[in-house]
Design a protein around this ligand. Structure first.
Ligand code: C2O
Length: 479
């Protein structure tokens, strides 16, 4: 079942959006699947062609721009500016906002279109879950042949049961950040750190999934953080992530950590449209309209903002810091997890009689208080090569269930890592799967079986072993 909270909202609030007034064309980032989006793609494609012809050491060249995000080790003449994207910490959103802002201005120069605004790809919208059409044409500058074939030919679509639930889950987080690594997945924006970290281990909910999940689903360059920004699709993917930051903030009772000087003031330096270094910090981008001169042409966002303005404020985590989860049950694994190559891999989580009662209560409380019941695997590490496609968790999967259609029935959730193969956090929703077990199989906590598998997207698993290790597994209700 889909928790389509924001879809419902969009139907109810569309009238409000209409009254928000028209926006001027300049600085309005459009949905890619609109006429305005198509117009922007024409300019974008022109600029890409020009930038691909520039020498590699030119800050405006396509490869230099991609390398600012991440670069493959061993690339000749690395610039100290390269490889600075912020992942797994509370600057994930603001770093990528800076990157897109500078990139957009550079595209204006090389396309000759002074009104260029980056389109966004709204992958959770029911009409947009396949690769946008313009990116599928093999001769186009927007094409990237490294993507998975079924993505590139438009035959594959993002799984609704993952993408919609994950977007709604991320938007429902009230805290921007956590202090502890272990709690990061329960926040919108990630863990607090005191200095920049290219790859930290405290991703927030939005980054974990949908963000990571979409990267892995597209595959190829997009599936690897060192190469992801080579794919022109990257910037539309991140425009949508950036739009969701605005949507989250507009939803009311949510705040950026503006009382945290470290988050506010840490600057990141990139190149502007004149190839001059420009340094921006989070405090310079709290309001995109007044500070960076762009907004999203998104009625839902405007509607949510208008509705929130009319509501009296509720409990507010003014510091943006995450509260403790309500209830927590720590499960000790019976034995180490095995080799992920052997798919599916049964994981034995020992739930003894003493824990069965509390677990049952957790499930009930979840239903009553509308929290999210999740299984959190902390400190998960696995061999390289697993990172770009999702791990799937099944509940009570029969041993002989090999057909995708049968497996789908037992799927609890899936999560993806986008290159973070070490000491990460995997978070799987359990609520719907528990509901299935309760209503159809009888809920006996001590008899639950959890199965973890990698979704290989039909590819052959690599020959090398892919051992999985982790530190702790908990089941908890997140609010
Ligand atoms: Cu820095 Cu989606 O990646």
């Amino acid at each position: 079942m889909i928790r389509g909270k924001y879809q419902i909202m969009s139907a109810v609030l569309i009238g409000l959006a209409m009254s928000a007034g028209p926006l001027s064309a300049q600085g309005v980032r459009p949905n890619v699947n609109t006429p305005a989006g198509a117009q922007m793609l024409a300019s974008y494609a022109r600029a890409i062609e020009v930038m691909r012809r520039l020498p590699a050491n030119d800050p405006h060249s396509w490869s230099f721009q991609a390398n600012l995000h991440g670069f493959v080790a061993g690339t000749p003449n690395p610039s100290p500016m390269w490889g600075q994207c912020q992942h797994g910490n509370w600057w994930f959103l603001s770093w990528h906002r800076t990157y897109l802002h500078c990139f957009e201005k550079i595209i204006r120069v090389h396309s000759g279109d002074a009104n260029f605004a980056l389109p966004y790809w709204d992958w959770s919208d029911a009409t947009s879950r396949s690769l946008p059409t313009a990116f599928r044409a093999t001769g186009s500058p927007l094409y990237d042949g490294t993507r998975r074939a079924s993505v590139n030919n438009g035959s594959d679509a993002l799984d609704e049961s993952v993408i919609v639930s994950d977007v709604n889950y991320a938007l429902s987080r009230t805290a921007f950040f956590s202090v502890s690594l272990n709690d990061a997945a329960d926040t919108f924006g990630g863990v607090r750190v005191t200095e920049p970290s290219h790859f930290h281990a405290g991703s927030g909910a939005l980054e974990l999934s949908p963000h990571n999940y979409v990267h892995g689903w597209v595959g190829g360059n997009m599936g690897d953080p060192d190469r992801a920004a080579r794919d022109p699709l990257f910037f539309l993917h991140h425009a949508n992530v950036d739009r969701l930051w605005d949507l989250w903030l507009a939803s009311g009772d949510r705040a950026n950590p503006t009382s945290e000087p470290i988050w506010m003031n840490q600057g990141f330096t990139l190149f502007d449209e004149n190839k001059r270094p420009v340094t921006l910090a989070a405090r310079d981008m709290l309001n995109t309209r007044t500070q960076l001169n762009y907004v999203y042409a998104d009625r839902l966002l405007q509607a949510v903002r208008a509705a929130a303005a009319k509501r009296p404020p509720q409990v507010k985590f003014a510091s943006g810091q995450r509260p403790k989860p309500r209830v927590q049950l720590v499960l000790e694994p019976q034995k180490p997890w095995g080799d992920l190559k052997k798919v599916p891999m049964q994981i034995a989580l020992k739930i003894d009689a003493a824990e069965a009662g509390p677990l049952y209560q957790l499930a009930r409380k979840d239903k009553v208080a509308k929290g999210e019941l999740v299984l959190v695997v902390e400190g998960i590490s696995f061999g390289a090569g697993v990172a770009d496609s999702p791990l799937e968790l099944f509940l009570n999967l029969p041993a002989n269930a090999n057909q995708p259609a049968i497996k789908q029935r037992y799927l609890a959730d899936r999560t993806a890592f986008f290159g973070h193969a070490h000491n990460g956090t995997a978070r799987f929703r359990l609520g719907e799967a528990f509901e299935r077990v309760r209503t159809q199989e009888g809920f006996r906590p001590e008899a639950l079986t959890f199965t973890l598998a990698r979704n290989w997207y039909g590819a052959t698993p690599p020959a090398t072993p892919l051992p999985v290790t982790f530190k702790r597994v908990t089941i908890q209700v997140e609010q």
